[in-house]
Design a protein around this ligand. Structure first.
Ligand code: NAD
Length: 262
């Protein structure tokens, strides 16, 4: 790939104040792209301090609550007026809540569907006109093994991620004769804040220490017994954003230590 491929590309990574989103956004910075970091409530200064000083010039941060369509619209207006239209969109923001369905809080259901699914509809509809005009664009939806299989106590998350994979296919098909592609990455367990909370819950209910709960959680689902790393997911993101990936359309890439191989 050309060394200059990412120069002047505008990348938006939703939910990039921590975990996978932060790692993906940082990866694009190392390639020379102009990267917009986002979360509902961080500060630019706070995030900048986590980034190598040599990369800070190309970093922008705009807060926007991805569960609120009006805030997503205003995020796109801010990006357009400061950097231009979005070339590479990574729909990453996500939240989790565990409960059997009959006790699942209605508010939590609505919020998970809004952040993990509807937000990607809004970002996609807002990004597409600019992408089509340039006849270039990459949309990558961070799905999950839970876009392909279910797990107990995760009704909203599993429904949202299955929905997001469906949305990926439709966006890919609607744009199949353009330079805009849309694909999904479906990770298994990655040890981020979202998963640490689940390890803590497991440790509490099963009366285990954190390390034993981590092992139990991993081995119940992930045959490799190893966590997927943020580096592995961000490298796949970079590949799907590249020139070589032009004809990869509507695909789902599992990166899950064998979770969904059975
Ligand atoms: P994380 O909790 O570290 O990061 C989630 C990010 O989303 C944070 O930056 C947070 O600020 C942001 N966010 C949450 N609500 C938001 C809102 N309303 N508006 C804007 N931003 C918001 O978790 P993570 O594990 O890095 O998760 C990132 C994505 O990866 C999620 O979509 C998650 O479903 C997916 N995923 C994670 C795993 C895993 O094992 N960690 C596995 C499969 C998929």
């Amino acid at each position: 790939m050309r060394d200059t491929y990412y120069k002047d590309k505008v990348v938006l990574v939703t939910g990039s104040s921590s975990g996978l989103g932060f790692g993906i956004a940082e990866k694009f910075l190392t390639k020379g792209a102009k990267v917009v970091f986002n979360s509902a409530n961080s500060s630019k200064k706070e995030l900048q301090e986590l980034i190598d000083p040599s990369l800070r010039n190309n970093m922008t941060y705009f807060p926007a609550d991805m569960s609120v369509p009006k805030e997503i619209e205003s995020l796109f207006e801010k990006i357009k007026s400061s950097l231009g239209t979005v070339d590479i969109l990574i729909n990453n923001a996500g939240i989790q809540h565990l409960s059997p369905i009959e006790h699942f809080s209605v508010e939590k259901w609505d919020n998970i569907i809004a952040v993990n699914l509807s937000a990607s509809f809004h970002t996609t509809r807002l990004a597409l006109p600019g992408m089509k005009e340039k006849n270039y664009g990459r949309i990558i939806n961070i799905c999950s093994a839970h876009a392909l299989v279910g797990s107990a106590n995760k009704s909203a998350y599993v429904a949202a991620k299955h929905g997001l994979l469906g949305l990926t296919k439709v966006v890919a098909l609607e744009n199949a004769q353009t330079g805009v592609t849309c694909n999904a990455i479906s990770p298994g367990w990655v040890l981020t804040e979202l998963v640490k909370k689940q390890v803590e819950e497991l440790a509490k209910t099963e009366k285990l220490d954190f390390e034993s709960a981590k092992k139990k959680l991993l081995l119940e689902k992930q045959p490799s017994g190893k966590f997927v790393t943020i580096e592995q997911v961000s490298s796949l993101c970079l590949f799907l954003s590249g020139e070589e990936a032009q004809e990869i359309r509507g695909s789902s890439f599992s990166i899950d230590g064998g979770w969904t191989a059975t």
